[in-house]
Design a protein around this ligand. Structure first.
Ligand SMILES: Cc1ncc(COP(=O)(O)O)c(C=O)c1O
Length: 424
């Protein structure tokens, strides 16, 4: 079958084409925030010039702003296959939205209730829930299998029981790339009468998301990890959002989803986020045709968005194989997470490793000198509990290389070439 090649899309990303001091840069830091296509900048500019206003007024720019804020919710609902835009809450980022939800759920919890989390996750999906311990709630951890950084589901099934009120787990690890079986965990949570919260920040730019299929109750992700600006989304089942009672100041409304708004939204950011979904839709129309039949049960737009993400997943799998193989050939280098070439579809193309004798800071700086941007993850790039548990802090932390669909095999070759010279 013909190999999918998404590299023609690179010309839509100004940052990828810009030369700085005569050099093109290689961005292998997408897990910390992706680069952004021109269509997003244009939408933000247009919004600021044509429609800039606060929401809720009766004049034209304000009405357009209201429409845009519904429009971005519709886009997100399409992207994650949610039943309606009314379940989509807008916020500055995933972490702030998760704290909002934590304060909201706290109102329903009592002492000795339990939340189940995992060290595999970013601090945003650990510390938000551990904060509940100050109120007598008990946080319990699903353990991780050391050899491949996957979750111990047998243990999870023993841990999640009648005392559990919430299971909060990520769809994928931003540090070691593992994709988690959220459907299975959701089943366990619901069987025990608990709610399921999913952090989809790392997963969102790599694979199709379907909240209806996952069955989860809440899911959060950020547009800036998904080719958009720095804004975030929280989706929740509408009936749950209606039932819950978030702390909120006047003038937040009482209706869903507005009652979860805290302060004035970042309008230009959400206008840009709309365009980032449009970018993905355009990608689907051009490159997703062979995947459409897999998603025939969806309406046309959702089908195209799913096919787009399937095209991204297939292209990235090719990049992932190349990087995995290249890293395996470097002596004294240990990759954490799944490395079995047959199982690379169970991980994101996000690789973290330790190279003996070199700190991640040193590698990062040497790479930067060569115009290659990777992440020095002494703190696990937010997954601090994971790097502590892996015991890699004293080895100088993890070096994280994270690929996106705008990266190329040539960029991986160049990265590996520089890494080999550092490893000498
Ligand atoms: C997996 C994961 N979850 C949560 C977050 C926090 O997201 P935000 O910056 O939108 O608060 C990040 C950020 O790196 C992340 O990678």
């Amino acid at each position: 079958m013909e190999k999918i090649d998404l590299s023609p899309l690179r010309k839509q990303f100004p940052a990828l084409n810009k030369t700085v001091d005569g050099k093109k840069r290689i961005f292998l830091d997408g897990a910390a925030g992706t680069q952004v296509p021109q269509i997003v900048f244009d939408a933000m500019f247009d919004y600021m010039v044509v429609s800039n206003a606060n929401y809720g007024g009766y004049f034209r720019t304000s009405v357009e702003t209201d429409e845009m804020l519904v429009g971005v919710r519709e886009d997100v609902a399409d992207f994650i296959n949610a039943p309606s835009w009314e379940g989509v809450v807008l916020g500055p980022n995933m972490t702030t939205l998760t704290y909002t939800l934590m304060w909201t759920l706290l109102r329903q919890m009592k002492k000795r209730d339990e939340v189940v989390i995992t060290r595999l996750d970013h601090g945003a999906n650990i510390d938000s829930w551990k904060a509940l311990e100050d109120f007598g709630v008990v946080a319990k951890y699903i353990e991780i299998n050391k050899e491949d950084c996957t979750l111990d589901y047998e243990m999870a099934s023993r841990l999640i029981d009648k005392k559990t009120k919430l299971v909060a787990v990520g769809l994928a690890s931003n540090a070691v790339g593992t994709v988690n079986d959220i459907k299975r965990l959701t089943q366990m949570a619901h069987d025990a009468g608990a709610l399921m919260f999913v952090d989809a920040v790392h997963y969102a730019p790599h694979f199709p998301i379907d909240v209806a299929d996952l069955g989860c109750d809440f899911l959060a992700y950020s547009a800036y990890k998904c080719f958009g600006p720095h804004v975030g989304f929280l989706w929740g089942k509408k009936e749950l959002l209606e039932e819950l009672n978030p702390y909120r100041p006047w003038p937040s409304h009482d209706e869903v989803p507005y009652k979860y708004n805290i302060g004035t939204p970042n309008m230009e950011g959400f206008a840009g986020a709309r365009a980032s979904v449009q970018y993905i839709e355009n990608l689907g129309k051009k490159f997703g045709k062979k995947f459409l039949s897999q998603y025939s049960g969806y309406n046309e737009r959702r089908q195209i968005l799913k096919a787009a993400m399937a095209a991204i997943a297939e292209y990235e799998l090719g990049l992932s194989k190349k990087l995995n193989e290249g890293l395996s050939q470097i002596k004294n280098l240990k990759v954490y997470g799944i490395t079995d070439p047959e199982r690379l579809n169970q991980r994101c193309p996000t690789y973290s490793f330790v190279l003996e004798g070199k700190t991640s800071e040193e590698i990062c700086k040497r790479m930067s000198d060569e115009w290659i941007y990777v992440w020095n993850a002494e703190d696990g790039a937010g997954a601090l509990e994971l790097v502590e548990w892996l015991d890699v802090v004293k080895k100088g932390g993890l070096l994280r290389v994270s690929l996106e669909h705008y990266n190329t095999e040539g960029e991986i070759d160049r990265f590996l070439e520089v890494l080999r010279s550092i490893a000498k």
